[in-house]
Design a protein around this ligand. Structure first.
Ligand SMILES: [Zn+2]
Length: 278
């Protein structure tokens, strides 16, 4: 069998027989693969400890035409080495990020963008403080939605098509200074003139939208400092984005319930069937 190698990130591993592990990993060139790593369960085995989740590495493996599983030969861990301890919270967030990656399409076409997204969030997570993780989560979810072609329509009103934001003092602000509406089934914003009542609609105040624009589309190419989202703004945006995300997923990610706080996850409006086009 021909052995090939791929730049990889380990997503998860589980025991397999007495001495082996089944390792699921995201490669940059072929998407998600699962393989048997032989002998790595025993303490003296070669490669023991190499297959921890979130490890960046080059994995050498052989593909068998008759099997979905590859045979893993070895794994070379590559820099940056991520020291994610201490912090169980970090582990929970990263478990959620990798689960989300696995829930979308992860073939060769999607792989490079998803690989780069996961690599970026792992590097950020290694440096981040626990307080940074809620914003990191929102950013990851928005980037994942972008990779999946499911990003909400933030820039124009779903109904009248008018731009939501206008430039002022070098930054973007909502053009109308009353509550806008995020429509979950339709995946976008309505301006205050076009608000309507209905299930799956979240109010977003102008402050939340201004915070979002400054955070997501900072003015100038090199902002002096990435703006931080205020707690209330982050909560409002997370609630809308969580509802949008869950509306598009086949099932609720298991790791979502374990995230610290869980407020964004628990307060979402249940997804409702999309309204017929009018
Ligand atoms: Zn409108």
């Amino acid at each position: 069998m021909k052995v090939v190698s791929s730049e990889s990130i380990v997503l998860r591993q589980r025991d397999f027989k007495d001495r082996d592990r089944l390792v699921t990993f995201l490669t940059r060139d072929k998407g998600k693969l699962t393989g048997i790593a032989k002998g790595v369960k025993i303490l003296t085995g070669r490669g023991v400890g190499s297959y921890e989740p979130f490890t960046r590495c080059v994995i050498y493996y052989a593909e068998k035409p008759s099997s979905d599983l590859v045979h893993i030969r070895k794994c070379d861990i590559v820099p940056p080495y991520l020291y994610l301890h201490p912090g169980y919270d970090k582990f929970l967030y990263l478990t959620y990020f990798t689960e989300l990656i696995e829930m979308g399409p992860v073939g060769a076409v999607e792989a490079p963008a998803l690989f780069d997204l996961l690599a970026r969030v792992l590097a950020r997570a290694a440096e981040a403080e626990p307080a940074d993780f809620p914003a990191l989560r929102l950013e990851f979810e928005l980037d994942w939605l972008h990779c999946a072609g499911l990003e909400p329509e933030w820039r124009h009103c779903l109904e009248c098509g008018e731009p939501i934001f206008a430039g002022r003092n070098g930054a973007l602000h909502p053009r109308r200074l009353t509550a806008h509406q995020f429509d979950v089934p339709r995946g976008g914003l309505r301006c205050p003139n076009c608000r309507r009542s209905g299930a799956g609609c979240h109010d977003l105040l102008p402050g939340a939208l201004a915070g979002f624009a400054a955070w997501r589309w900072p003015a100038g190419e090199l902002p002096a400092e990435t703006p931080r989202l205020a707690g209330a703004v982050l909560r409002d945006l997370q609630e809308a984005v969580s509802a949008h995300l869950l509306h598009h997923l086949e099932r609720r990610p298991r790791s979502l319930a374990l995230l610290p706080g869980g407020e964004g996850a628990e307060r979402v409006v249940p997804a409702v069937p999309a309204a017929p086009a009018d």
